[in-house]
Design a protein around this ligand. Structure first.
Ligand SMILES: Nc1ncnc2c1ncn2[C@@H]1O[C@H](COP(=O)(O)OP(=O)(O)OP(=O)(O)O)[C@@H](O)[C@H]1O
Ligand SMILES: O=C(O)C1=C[C@@H](O)[C@@H](O)[C@H](O)C1
Ligand SMILES: [Mg+2]
Length: 175
């Protein structure tokens, strides 16, 4: 599918959990009249339970395998906006397929802005649970290198959802 024109390629949003991949992805899809695919949501639907319960009952390894299968499937489709989980790019196979088949957009948010959102996230993100703020900070920084593999980076600290979606669409038009 590598010869697919840029305009037809699916857009994949990456970044640390809680940076806004789902929220901003929905806004981009609406503006571009594309179908929105949220990989976490697809997995939760398949297991009929929230991610935290999938981690508890089946373990992270099972979740990661399903995440890879889902992304391998959807990244081959055109005209989608796909939000992947915050840990998806840990897997090389996922990075490789998304970078080859799609336009990968990294939503960057500084640690200082991110930590203001923690209360919104802690209950639903199993990877954050039971960790001190220092451990979460360490996780945040340890994940940053994997997000460097992207086609476009958008700094979202000073942007609301609509502004971030517009900034991404504008940048893609000029790419
Ligand atoms: N640009 C923004 N400004 C302020 N708050 C935002 C913005 N984008 C998202 N949020 C809020 O941050 C929280 C996390 O957003 P969202 O669920 O979209 O993150 P995510 O990147 O999809 O996370 P995950 O990787 O865990 O799926 C939500 O409560 C959302 O309303
Ligand atoms: O950063 C992570 O490892 C995760 C982020 C979420 O989007 C979910 O995919 C899950 O909670 C794991
Ligand atoms: Mg999400």
């Amino acid at each position: 599918m590598n010869n697919v024109p840029l305009k037809e390629k699916s857009i994949v949003l990456i970044g640390f959990m809680g940076v806004g991949k789902t929220t901003i992805g929905q806004a981009i899809a609406k503006k571009l009249q594309r179908e929105f695919i949220d990989i976490d949501e697809k997995i939760e639907k398949e297991y009929h339970m929230p991610t935290s319960d999938i981690f508890k009952r089946y373990g992270e390894k099972t979740f990661r395998k399903k995440e890879k299968d889902m992304i391998e499937h959807f990244s081959m489709q055109k005209f989608k906006v796909i939000s992947v989980g915050g840990g998806a790019f840990l897997q090389k196979e996922i990075r490789d397929i998304c970078l080859a088949e799609c336009i990968v957009v990294f939503l960057d948010l500084t640690w200082d802005s991110w930590k203001e959102r923690i209360a919104l996230l802690i209950d639903s993100r199993p990877v954050l649970q039971g960790k001190s703020i220092d451990e979460i900070k360490e996780l945040y920084y340890s994940r940053q290198p994997i997000y460097k593999e992207n086609h476009l980076k958008i700094q979202t600290d000073d942007l609301d959802t609509e502004e971030a979606a517009d900034a991404i669409i504008d940048s893609l038009k000029t790419t």
